[in-house]
Ligand binder design. Structure first.
Ligand code: PEP
Ligand code: MG
Length: 544
């Protein structure tokens, strides 16, 4: 048995086989072939496999995110059958007697360049699609004889690190646990793991990746941050015992369903849930959350191959609002950039992405993107109880511009005769020290604040949330952070706004009493933490 130590970012345990996460390599070899018809058969088989994969993804997306969002995979299937595209590939194989991977890659480059040079925005966007389908075919060409690792069995995913877009695309039904060599506990990958309710350990070190292979048996303890490779019987028994204890605890928490979030002295607070996709709404309801306190809408963009259209977004937001049946749903506008990168945005590489062109900064300089999202949100507002929230605010003038654009969008919809709810609340995230410090100026302009402690911690302590090397300097309970939250709460209430916390700290029950004493009105946490926080609230006496 070998033991590796990292940092547990979701307390739970797992036992199972390892699957090492493989990133598709972009390098394609070029070599001459002898038998053209055998090569074309190999290509045909790979294309068939690619289409079957896309069909599977389409079916899954249809179920999880609806037809409008799933459509792109249908388009991809059609692109694989496109005559011009196939003629170009066949030509290279037949005339130059070169291998399929190379023929597909060259064709992809030519077509992508051709699409990119077109004026029409829709055709321009097809450039990324042709690359995507070609990469899929190339992957199928090289995987042809590879065995499916683990088959349908659930596995422990081991990786160097995972980008949010990679995590989002993993088949959640097949993941037992995450273990990454690098990564930090406030990263979006860690947040996703918590949302998925599975044990996750980060920062186990590079040696870990050298030691693990597909199919090895492992035990993961998300409480202690330990990973045991080929564990001995005693370890297996210990982890199994913890698993049973977890199940018992979960059962006890289930008894809190339907109960109020009220302290011993009668103070009520809202406990809402954070989600990243429409599919997470099931977990929100199953855990009896009072609403959605943060819908990270950027995941719609991350899951998509191209800018989601107004209609696609409208359908997604409407679905969440309808499913929540009148309960509050706070949708945060696009927070892309920094660690959440999307190719089709074409963002420049930056030296300091966390301090760079992200979130509201993109929205305010790309009103086309922002207005599309706002139109979709306001259209959806008629189907439930919507709050719109803006990320990364640092100044009054940003908020003035945002409110101006919101008014324009409402006006436009009015003129078009599209109904919009009168009771859409507008709020901002307090996730920069600047916003907290001027919260007295911002509060009169909004209905609510929601404290994003993940970024507030990063910016207050000057600790990049992606940088695992400085984890030891990240004191999430730092007095400076708590004072900024307290100040924001005071200023919110003085100006008639309410205040919640939607960063990861909201689920830290060692701070629940502190937050309630500050006057925090709402805590928004991963769906799986709702009942745990309810339990904490019900044990607090604010008079003591
Ligand atoms: C935060 O910063 O605390 C937050 C909730 O937003 P995100 O984690 O998506 O940046
Ligand atoms: Mg944030």
């Amino acid at each position: 048995m070998t033991v590796f130590n990292g940092k547990g970012v979701y307390g739970a345990v797992a036992l199972g086989k390892i699957s090492v996460f493989k990133r598709k390599e972009a390098t394609v070899k070029r070599y001459h072939i002898e038998d053209v018809s055998a090569e074309k058969e190999r290509l045909a088989a790979a294309k068939e496999k690619a289409v079957a994969q896309l069909q599977e993804i389409y079916d899954k997306a249809l179920k999880e995110v609806g037809e409008a969002n799933a459509q792109i995979f249908e388009i991809h299937m059609m692109m694989i059958e496109d005559d011009d595209y196939n003629e170009s590939i066949d030509n290279i194989i037949e005339k130059q007697k070169l291998n399929s991977e190379y023929a597909v890659a060259v064709t992809a480059d030519n077509f992508a360049e051709m699409f990119a040079s077109m004026d029409d925005a829709y055709m321009k966007a097809r450039s990324a699609d042709v690359k995507d389908i070609s990469n899929r075919i190339i992957a199928c060409l090289s995987d042809e004889n590879a065995e499916e690792s683990g088959g349908g069995e659930k596995v422990i995913i081991c990786a160097d690190d995972l980008a949010p877009s990679e995590t989002v695309l993993l088949d959640k039904d097949k993941v037992l646990a995450f273990v990454t060599a690098f990564g930090s506990s406030n990263s979006h990958t860690a947040i996703l793991a918590r949302n998925m309710n599975i044990p996750a350990i980060i920062g186990v070190g590079k040696e870990f990746l050298d030691a693990v292979k597909d199919g090895m048996f492992a035990a993961v303890d998300g409480y202690t941050g330990e990973v045991f490779i080929e564990p001995d019987e005693e370890t297996i028994a210990r982890i199994e015992k913890k698993k049973t204890e977890d199940e018992n605890k979960k059962r006890l928490l289930q008894e809190l369903k339907g109960k109020e979030n009220v302290t011993l002295d009668g103070t009520k607070i809202n406990i809402f849930a954070n989600i990243g996709s429409v599919a997470n709404v099931g977990a929100v309801l199953a855990n009896d959350a009072g609403g959605v306190g943060l819908f990270r809408s950027e995941f719609l963009y991350l899951e998509s191959e191209d800018f989601p259209t107004e209609e696609q977004q409208f359908l997604a937001y409407k679905k969440v609002l309808e499913s929540m049946a009148g309960k509050k749903v706070i949708i945060r506008t696009l927070d892309i950039g920094a660690d959440k990168q999307v190719d089709y945005f074409g963002l420049e590489k930056e030296d300091n992405p966390a301090l760079g062109y992200r979130a509201i900064r993109i929205c305010l300089t790309r009103p086309d993107i922002f207005k599309t999202q706002l139109r979709a949100l306001y259209r959806a507002s008629n189907y439930g109880n919507l709050g719109i929230m803006f990320p990364m605010i640092t100044s009054v003038s940003e908020l003035e511009k945002i409110k101006q654009i919101c008014s324009e969008v409402r006006e436009e919809l009015n003129t078009e005769g599209i109904p919009v709810s009168d009771s859409v609340e507008l709020g901002i995230m307090i996730e920069t020290p600047a916003a907290a410090v001027i919260s007295d100026r911002l509060a009169p302009m909004v209905d609510f604040f929601s404290v994003g402690t993940n970024d507030l911690t990063q910016y207050t302590l000057a600790c990049d949330r992606q940088n695992a090397a400085i984890e030891q300097f990240v004191d999430t309970h730092h007095e400076a952070i708590l004072r900024l939250i307290e100040l924001s709460a005071k200023n919110a209430h003085e100006h008639g706004a309410w205040i919640g916390i939607c960063g990861e700290l909201a689920a830290d029950t060692s701070l629940t009493e502190t937050f309630l004493k500050m006057g925090i009105d709402e805590l928004s946490v991963s769906p799986t933490f709702v009942l745990k926080v309810r339990d904490a609230v019900r044990h607090i006496d604010l008079t003591k």
